[in-house]
Design a protein around this ligand. Sequence first.
Ligand code: PRX
Length: 652
Amino acid sequence: MSDQTITSVSREHRSFRPSAEFKAQANLGSDAVYKRLYAESVNSPEKFWGRQATEQLIWRKPFKKVLDWKPPHAKWFVGGKLNVSENCLDRHLGTARENKAALIFEGEPGDVRTITYKQLHLHVSRLAHIFENMGVGAGDRVALYLPMIPEAVVAMLACARVGAIHTVIFGGFSAEAIKDRINDCKAKLVITADGGWRRGKVIELKANVDKAVEGTPTVQSVIVVKRCGNPVTMKEGRDIWWKDAWEGAPNSHKAKAFDSEHPLFILYTSGSTGKPKGVLHTSAGYLLGAKLTSHYVFDLKETDRYFCSADIGWITGHSYVVYGLLANGSTVFMYEGAPNQPEPDRFWQMIDRHAITILYTAPTAIRAFMRWGDNYVLRHSLASLRLLGSVGEPINPEAWMWYHKMIGKKRCPIVDTWWQTETGAIMIAPMPGVTACTPGSATKPFFGISAKVVDDQGKEVPRNTGGKLAIMKPWPSMLRTLWGDDERYKKAYWSEFAGQPGVYFTGDGARQDKDGNFWIVGRIDDVLNVSGHRIGTAEIESALVSHPAVAEAAAVGRPDELKGQALVVFVTLKSGQIATEELKEALRSHVGREIGSLAKPDSIRFAASLPKTRSGKIMRRILKEIAAGGLVKGDTTTLEDFSVVAALQAED
Ligand code: PRX
């Protein structure tokens, strides 16, 4: 065993078998079916994926070859042609789904809109004509900087329809961040809105775009949706209102067919340091991954009303608000605003109001709900819910149990889904109705995914040993490259294991337990070296959060002359709890009991909040710098709220 292996210290053993009722109606019948299909999918991946692609997607021209793999470059479904928007819309027309709600939208002020598949098709067709009249077509880049409103979905699908490549920029990013992304991909067109509602205030999106496009020579036009009615400046010859462009555009549009490998979108992901990476996804493989995982992991039924709280600016919004769900003909509920507007029970209110059946959210949101208190949940029935999902970070067992009891009322399976912007679709997750759910574990790999925990040489480590999470074979929804930087693509993902250019490195640490369940222990870059043991951040944090006073925790290392690295933890407390020296001692003992004295923190710091990315992930890199007593350097543009850092430094 390599001495670089990670020690895994978690002792979580609870396991929840699916109920007989859920099992009886599940899309995947039994564990035997899962095992048979999984074995086929990894032993004969081309046979498995070829069949799925034929069955699941609507092709204009059939593919000739399933996979062309020249590591680390893959081409899937070679020679095939299709249109992604046709696969999400036209295929449902003339069927019982035609008049089914594709989108149910609720704005933060409370306005509600329902858009059927037929109506969505009409909107997308019109916008596709508008694009074509503007000279925006196959291969052109279009930047979208929009609130969570239906127009964002329309714009994405209209890009797909004409073969343009969208890059969605999350509405929380600054003008500077928009400029960098537009310049990196040389977008020709920007679609934005006057503003979006957030916590009762208007976020002035158009004003940010105005600033950004001063420095983006490639942008020729800006289409502006009127959402909030706030005053905006429209530049003659460049800016046009969505509504004005709309007038006179034809209602139907004959979609062209594009190659399976035609680029669908670029999505910038921050990476822990340096310039954002432009992850490129292409058409058929991505769509197949998003569609198949949605069907099985969310156990989608014709009658479901599905709510994913992720913004469209993240990969979760791409795969599990738009492409995966619409390709399956599902009803997607979209919410524009903050979860605590006007009060912290907004989600629960909306779940009851719209009879939502599936909720997919993030651990950071779940921990916030826990902190706000159970009373906000208990005011609502939540009886329509039948399945819950989690994504974005390891979910600590404490939050999992709260989600299970408080939101799922012990009847809903929880699918903890591990995946990445780069993987395009869910990679590791329970099959609801089949897999026993275990708090804190994403459990088993999805069909066709050869996930393994390996050592530094890329060799599989024994069960219950920590190591690096690697994907041993290509899969259809994998990223194809980083936009304009293939060298970085090779270096970041395919160079970790010497002599194995076909093994994908996820950047995450993990362990597989004796039953084969995967436990993600955190990012490898964040791994702590505690008294000679390498321990993932997730396990220490999860031990802290299991203490009744703690709402959230982050663990980092600080250089220490004696020990090499001292363990520093930042802790936020639940409301009503008081930060005292006694509590610090109690937390140290608690970690000692939960993990062992080797993991007792050297220093505990109470904080009002923790620095997070705009998608809700704790930025340990920044905490590491604070713990070391230095100034915060490096890129902070992805930081959600800089005042959190200032407050932590002031306490230093
Ligand atoms: O570290 C893992 C963590 O989030 C990373 C991917 O982040 P991003 O590209 O922003 O995509 C988020 C939405 C898919 C992973 O490398 N992560 C994501 N989901 C989980 C997770 N860690 C543990 N458990 C998860 N379910």
